[in-house]
Design a protein around this ligand. Structure first.
Ligand SMILES: [Zn+2]
Length: 132
């Protein structure tokens, strides 16, 4: 078999395997995690590969970048909003479709085209504000 046939297929399979490993780590984390921290847990994977895997997972709505922290979390397709504790970094994935459609209507009425909506809420989780 010619390398033109197997090489792209091999690269695609490797990328898929890295995506799976990265997603597994994200799913195990109860705190947002950085790309370098993910790479540290995958000794055979370079940080650039981790970044590419994260880009693919984000494109598939399986992960999201927490913009305020430059860290990543696993999400489901229904996640509209991420609430993050400012004290302990614990996060919750929230669904609020009414809020998102309200935003879309508001933007429609102002002729603003939405490219992406990244809803992040900072506050304190139950454990942290109980300790105050
Ligand atoms: Zn907390």
């Amino acid at each position: 078999m010619c390398c033109c046939t197997w090489w792209p297929e091999l690269k695609r399979r490797k990328a898929f395997a890295v995506d799976q490993q990265v997603e597994k780590i994200l799913l195990q984390c109860t705190r947002p995690i950085g790309a370098y921290q993910i790479a540290e847990r995958l000794p055979k994977v370079a940080t650039t590969q981790v970044y590419r895997a994260l880009e693919r997972l984000i494109a598939k709505d399986r992960a999201r970048r927490i913009n305020a922290r430059n860290r990543f979390v696993a999400i489901s397709a229904d996640t509209d909003l991420i609430a993050i504790c400012s004290k302990c970094d614990e996060f919750q994935l929230l669904e609020c479709p009414d809020f998102v459609s309200g935003l879309a209507n508001l933007c429609d009425s102002r002729a603003f085209r939405i490219r992406e909506i990244c809803l992040e809420m900072a506050g304190t989780c139950r454990n942290c504000h109980n300790g105050e």
